[in-house]
Write a protein that binds this ligand. Structure first.
Ligand code: ADP
Length: 259
């Protein structure tokens, strides 16, 4: 039960009475638990068929050659794009459910961040012709991290930079070494985020209100998952953003003595 007590004062400023508002949160908690459970079961059940469909799509691509009718090539390509979107969505739900049940385990190893960033910048560039993604790195120490999970964070930040700068433009990915940490930033010159909403964007299912943000499809899980992954690495994540000018998302990972 949550109690909110507010005193009522008389003219002299003495407490005359008080109001107490009690909210029973056990029902709220139970609903939350049921939601988590549903997300867990649904995403788990969806994973197997979608993984098969994705594999069949890849086989079809392998079977295409010069004699394949253009309409077939076009339909298979479109199908694979949509299947990949679905795969990402299902994995986001699966990750969310792993996070809420405390099952997001990290496999730590020494990671060369420059190489990781370069690879994901190249991959991101393949998904857009309207943006130019630049990478500026400097000599960085190795960090102890889960390379898959960290790649997922970088992918997410780059794909958000692309999504929320729909007119195109530059995206700058950079990494720098600081005294006690390594900091990675992804800067875009897109729609930006209103100040009042900047704190909330890392919450589960939170999406920015407003016509331009809502015109972009999404379910508000990406940043929540990124934030949790970085927290698990004992790092920190944040954003600096100006509405209509752009955003810089960054994360910092603590330095370990990795040789
Ligand atoms: P999704 O993109 O699926 O909605 P995210 O968790 O990745 O979910 O992002 C949450 C919200 O934060 C988005 O709905 C969007 O409004 C805002 N946002 C995220 N990245 C950016 C960005 N680079 N520029 C502007 N807004 C962003």
């Amino acid at each position: 039960v949550n109690n909110h007590v507010s005193p009522i004062f008389d003219k002299k400023g003495n407490v005359e009475a008080a109001t107490i508002v009690s909210i029973d949160i056990s029902r709220q908690k139970e609903l939350e638990r049921q939601k988590d459970e549903f997300i867990g079961i649904a995403s788990h059940e969806l994973k197997t068929p979608i993984t098969s469909i994705k594999a069949y799509g890849e086989i079809l691509v392998g079977m295409m050659d010069k004699t394949t009718a253009p309409i077939i090539v076009q339909l298979i390509t479109k199908m694979n794009i949509q299947v990949n979107r679905l795969v990402k969505l299902i994995y986001s739900l699966l990750n969310t459910s792993r996070i809420s049940s405390g099952q997001l385990a990290l496999q730590l190893e020494p990671v060369d961040l420059n190489a990781l960033l370069e690879e994901h910048v190249l991959q991101g560039q393949l998904t857009t012709s309207r943006h130019h993604i630049a990478f500026s790195g400097q000599k960085l120490p190795l960090v102890l991290a889960d390379i898959e999970r960290l790649g997922q964070v970088v992918d997410n930040l780059i794909s958000n930079a692309i999504k929320y700068a729909p007119k195109g433009g530059d995206i700058i990915v950079s990494a720098e070494s600081r005294s006690d940490c390594v900091r990675v930033s992804v800067q875009d010159f897109g729609m930006g985020i209103p100040k009042s909403m900047q704190e909330k964007i890392f919450d589960r299912f939170y999406r920015v209100k407003g016509a331009s943000a809502e015109a972009v499809s999404g379910i508000g899980l990406g940043l929540y998952i990124c934030h949790e992954i970085i927290e698990k690495h004992h790092g920190k994540m944040g954003v600096e953003s100006v509405l209509d000018e752009g955003s810089t998302f960054y994360f910092e990972l603590p330095l370990h003595t990795v040789r």
